[in-house]
Design a binder for this molecule. Structure first.
Ligand code: SF4
Ligand code: SF4
Length: 74
């Protein structure tokens, strides 16, 4: 069943601390560089939206208030 809400990560606020990545039970978040081959700033990305359960643990652990849960259309 698709998640009711998915995390939206604000790239301006994300410091790539990795706490959300560590907290995500199904491991659907990872840290990714903005530019190819690992260059540029890193930030958290949702790489598998279908695997996200919408549990909001990532939102709860982010110390920088960079994740908001966005309700998905029915
Ligand atoms: S809402 Fe839950 S399952 Fe989805 S990315 Fe955040 S921690 Fe992972
Ligand atoms: S916990 Fe917040 S600041 Fe840290 S990587 Fe995740 S979104 Fe970025």
């Amino acid at each position: 069943m698709p998640a009711i809400a998915l995390p939206e990560i604000d790239p301006e606020r994300c410091t790539a601390c990795g706490r959300c990545v560590a907290a995500c039970p199904p491991h659907v978040l990872w840290l990714e560089s903005e530019r190819p081959q690992g260059w540029g700033r890193k930030r958290a990305m949702l790489h598998d939206a279908d695997g996200c359960t919408g549990c909001a643990k990532c939102h709860a652990v982010c110390p920088f208030d960079a994740i908001r849960m966005v309700r998905q259309p029915d």
